[in-house]
Design a binder for this molecule. Structure first.
Ligand code: GLY
Ligand code: MN
Length: 463
């Protein structure tokens, strides 16, 4: 947990953005796997953690703007809890650690919100992603649960996004720790990888690293020889010498801050010429992002710039053809890069995605494209100092998408399908690093960059 004053200051800043009403915060409850007392690892809501710091199930909180008061709602443990879980911090102690002195049992939340509803007061709340919290809001507010989403507060969303987008020094330190766990995960894959092993042996080893570092995975590990399946959680294949292997994985450290890295390596430990051809284009795109990312530059413009690098590289190989600018304008590159360059990262690996991607990644000036590929860009707006973003270009050979474009004659003039056929067995490459935007540019997060050049990867895999 951070120092008490961090939470007090955050709440003070938030409070000042409102003139009237109540801000209602929902914490998360336990989530059962297969019966109620057998739960998934508990994960607190990130906005709740950000303002209230308490990593404990079944909490809620309210800021009353008009009365300038704040309340934390959480039940105290009883003797039954102590028998099963051991002695616990009291709710008073919990509150004191984050500077809250009014701590009440959860049932009081119902009384206080009911009163506010009766008086017709404005109650701001955020979008919900867990059914039990939606149901609780439905009961509290007297709104059918399926309509709760229509009553979320845009003002509240925007205030939270404004604050959480710009990371403070304490957060950067934590993200850096998560990145250092990420380094261990990815170098472990590089060292362990060899033909004949099963994908799950590597996936299990790196998930174990997160736990052994007092954390957890920041999202389910993507580790697969089917690199072209963007979010492939299947780990059932045997590693084969002629394949590429993607690992897209990160850690959440004990303070719940995230990392997210991707490396693509040759299972044999040595790149073939065709694998290297594709790899080096993606690496150029990844490095170009690091060169271009700085305050005031929009991430959408960088996405389009790296789309040109990818198109240019594929033209050099004869896979694409024609004028690079025209190809990108027409979205032809998206046959090979159907996703965006990156996203915000912080307490969530896709930071604040639960509040709405467009609030986080776009604004009145930079709006989301509706063109296939570029429309998947989660983060498009201008960068600011202390934003943390991912830089994750890729090139993929997706058989079904290629077959569709070919049969529908989409962007025919820019694609040379005979040459595409020659590269199908490369499957794909994605390279992802985490960037902190600085005063005049950006820097890679983590003590050391995970091996990334062809030479560095071949070197570490040799050991
Ligand atoms: N690294 C997984 C993702 O960004 O979606
Ligand atoms: Mn990512």
């Amino acid at each position: 947990m951070f120092d008490t004053k961090v939470y007090v200051e955050r709440r003070n800043r938030l409070r000042k953005m409102f003139r009237t009403g109540l801000l209602l915060f929902t914490g998360n409850g336990e989530s059962p796997m297969n019966y109620p007392s057998n739960a998934y690892k508990f994960r607190q809501d990130s906005t709740f953690l950000y303002y209230w710091g308490i990593n404990y199930p079944d909490c809620a909180a309210v800021m009353d703007i008009d009365k300038d008061t704040e309340y934390l709602y959480v039940n105290d443990v009883d003797i039954d809890d102590i028998i099963w879980m051991g002695p616990q911090e009291s709710v008073k102690e919990k509150g004191a650690r984050v500077g809250v002195h009014s701590v009440c049992p959860l049932k009081d939340l119902f009384t206080s919100i009911n009163n506010a509803v009766r008086l017709g007061r404005k109650i701001h709340f955020l979008p919900q992603y867990r059914q039990d919290n939606t149901e609780m809001l439905s009961t509290l507010l007297g709104i059918k649960s399926k309509h709760i989403k229509n009553y979320v507060s845009q003002k509240f969303i925007k205030a939270v996004v404004d604050m959480r987008s710009v990371k403070d020094e304490y957060e950067i330190e934590e993200i850096e720790k998560a990145c250092n766990i990420g380094y261990k995960m990815h170098t472990t894959v590089m060292k362990m990888c060899k033909p004949g092993l099963m994908e799950y042996e590597l996936a299990g080893a790196i998930e174990g690293i997160t736990i052994a570092n007092s954390g957890y995975i920041s999202f389910p590990v993507i580790l697969s020889q089917n690199v072209h399946i963007l979010h492939n959680h299947d780990h059932s294949q045997k590693l084969a010498a002629n394949r590429m292997l993607i690992t897209d994985a990160g850690a959440e450290n004990e303070m719940n801050y995230c990392s997210d890295f991707t490396r693509t390596i040759p299972v044999s430990g040595k790149f073939t010429q065709k694998q290297k051809d594709i790899y080096n284009i993606v690496l150029e795109a990844n490095n170009k992002t690091i060169e271009l990312a700085k305050p005031d530059v929009s991430y959408k413009s960088i996405h389009l710039e790296i789309a040109k690098i990818i198109t240019h590289g594929l033209c050099n190989l004869g896979i694409m053809r024609g004028n690079v600018d025209e190809a990108v304008e027409n979205g032809a590159h998206a046959l090979f890069l159907p996703h965006g360059l990156g996203h915000m990262m912080g307490l969530d690996v896709h930071d604040m995605e639960n509040l709405g991607e467009n609030y986080v990644g776009y604004d009145d000036e930079i709006i989301r494209s509706d063109q296939f590929g570029t429309s998947s860009l989660r983060m498009g707006r201008r960068l600011q100092k202390n934003f943390v973003i991912t830089d994750e270009p890729g090139i993929y050979f997706i058989p079904e998408l290629i077959a569709k474009w070919k049969s529908e004659k989409i962007n025919m003039e820019f694609i040379n399908y005979d040459k595409v056929n020659e590269y199908m067995d490369v499957s794909g490459v994605r390279i992802e690093d985490d960037l902190l935007i600085t005063e005049n540019g950006c820097r890679l997060l983590g003590k050391k960059r995970i091996p990334v050049t062809v030479e560095e990867i071949e070197e570490i895999m040799k050991k």
